[in-house]
Design a protein around this ligand. Structure first.
Ligand SMILES: Cc1ncc(COP(=O)(O)O)c(C=O)c1O
Length: 469
């Protein structure tokens, strides 16, 4: 029979990737279906329905959706849970809209996800920044210090809330329990972007989850670390938050045709974790420990180990191999059929979940060891970029976002006001936000990063940046 071929490049690329035998150490947490029951995977297209009779309505849940959300609240320990079908992004935007009628500013850490910045622009809220620490050698953001939160609250009286990201992309957690106590002593609201930490609740061997730590609004990308479909996320609230008001904001941001495949995967992921999470995370952590022990024998790689680290996140520093993280990730892809979650100048980041088997992790440690032996160049890395230049705010984020902008070569940009974020990886902390001055120091820092093969978001391939007219 003649095979029909459609002109569908995206579909074809996915088909090829799905058949490639790749080992995915990236999101979503179900790892290309390995962590999902066959009944789910086989029926997914049949689950893709609309609000037919009996299936309830995400925007006004009274039946099945309400029941599933209540089970999620119970499992995660919150007062009320809401299903999100547009990722944590929708929950973060909704929570910032929620607090925006209570005050003009929001205390946020400088390395917040772009949805936090977009939320502030949409809601007309100005940021007051807290700087995270830096973890030397890895060049990545550390936790937020509770003292810094206290200082920010002491001087920023018109901020009704603090928004902290924990864990961050590299798995480092802040002390949310202590931060919650401080925030509540000022009678303010604590929002936690726990996009990377939906699994924390299900293991005593991992840092305490934000809901259990006393945060008021917690947003979790279930799809990142649980066996749930991409875009599936939860928003949890505690006693200080008005549930009807927050639902109103969520409804403004979500489609009126929510995917039942995504919603049911939120329901299923919660069910799986509730029943098997503790034991399977424990097994996963044991397997990770075996992998880490093997990698310690490997000269040239350094594994991130920190008391504040979510133990399921693996960060491998390859600087001493004389390679960038990008080069190492490319070698793993091309030579070993392993796909990493993210790479930066120094590091590779692997997302490990209960869907990864011992064999997957064994193959990973084997491949990294071969990478060291066969491809390592054994030379030390270039300049020290473990520093963050001071920022110099010239106008607010909101007015900068509304101003007309021009593209300009970096050579001419010193002294101009930036119209965009300039973010080097690592550390993934903005050097400059819209409305801040582009100084010589910033430009020198950016060139240092680019010259050693690093990426800077906001600088295009012609070394141009966006400035305010
Ligand atoms: C720290 C953080 N917060 C929020 C988000 C947004 O999550 P989602 O992709 O589920 O919208 C991300 C996504 O990568 C993230 O890394």
């Amino acid at each position: 029979m003649k095979k029909i071929r459609y002109r569908a490049p995206l579909y074809e690329a996915l088909l090829e990737y799905s058949k490639s035998g790749v080992i995915p150490f990236h999101m979503p947490g179900h790892k290309m279906g390995k962590g999902l029951p066959d009944t789910f995977s086989e029926n997914i297209s049949k689950f893709d329905i609309t609000e037919i009779n009996g299936m309830d309505n995400l925007h006004d849940p009274r039946g099945l959706v309400k029941k599933s959300e209540a089970l999620a609240a119970e499992a995660f320990g919150s007062r009320r849970a809401f299903f999100l079908v547009n990722g944590s992004t929708a929950g973060i935007l909704a929570s910032i809209l929620y607090i925006s009628n209570k005050g003009a500013r929001l205390i946020v850490q400088r390395n917040s996800h772009k949805s936090v910045y977009n939320g502030m622009i949409l809601a007309g809220v100005e940021p007051e920044y807290i700087m995270p620490g830096l973890i030397q050698h890895f060049g990545i953001p550390g936790p937020v210090s509770p003292n810094d939160v206290n200082d920010a609250l002491g001087k920023c009286h018109d901020a009704p809330a603090v928004l902290i990201t924990s864990p961050g992309y590299y798995g480092i957690c802040s002390d949310i329990k202590e931060i919650a106590q401080i925030v509540h002593s000022y009678n303010k609201i604590l929002i936690v972007d726990e996009a990377h930490g939906s699994h924390l609740r299900f293991s005593k061997e991992l840092p305490l989850s934000a809901v259990e730590s006393g945060a008021d609004i917690v947003i979790q990308s279930a799809h990142k670390t649980l066996p749930a479909l991409t875009q599936a996320a939860y928003l949890h609230i505690g006693g200080r938050i008005n549930g009807d008001e927050i639902l109103e904001k969520i409804n403004m941001l979500q489609t009126t045709s929510p995917s039942y495949a995504i919603m049911s995967s939120l329901d299923l992921a919660r069910g799986i974790m509730e029943q098997e999470g503790q034991q399977r995370i424990s097994e996963l952590l044991k397997n990770i420990q075996i992998l880490k022990t093997r990698l310690k024998e490997c000269a040239g790689v350094k594994i991130l180990e920190d008391a504040r680290l979510d133990g399921t996140r693996l960060v491998v520093n390859v600087a001493a191999l004389g390679m960038t993280g990008y080069e190492a990730a490319q070698t793993l892809r091309e030579k070993f059929n392993i796909e990493v979650e993210m790479a930066d100048l120094y590091n590779m980041v692997f997302v490990l979940t209960i869907s990864d088997s011992f064999e997957d992790l064994d193959k990973l440690s084997d491949s990294i060891m071969k990478l060291c032996k066969r491809y390592g160049k054994g030379i030390a890395q270039g300049p020290d970029i473990n520093r963050i230049p001071e920022f110099n705010r010239k106008s607010g984020l909101i007015s900068a976002s509304k101003s007309p902008k021009t593209i300009m070569h970096m050579d001419k940009a010193a002294g101009h006001i930036s119209g965009a974020f300039l973010i080097p990886y690592p550390p993934g902390i903005p050097l400059v936000c819209p409305g801040e001055e582009i100084t010589f120091e910033v430009l020198n820092f950016i060139m240092d990063v680019i010259n050693v093969g690093g990426d800077v978001n906001g600088v295009d391939e012609n070394l141009c940046v966006k400035v305010i007219n």
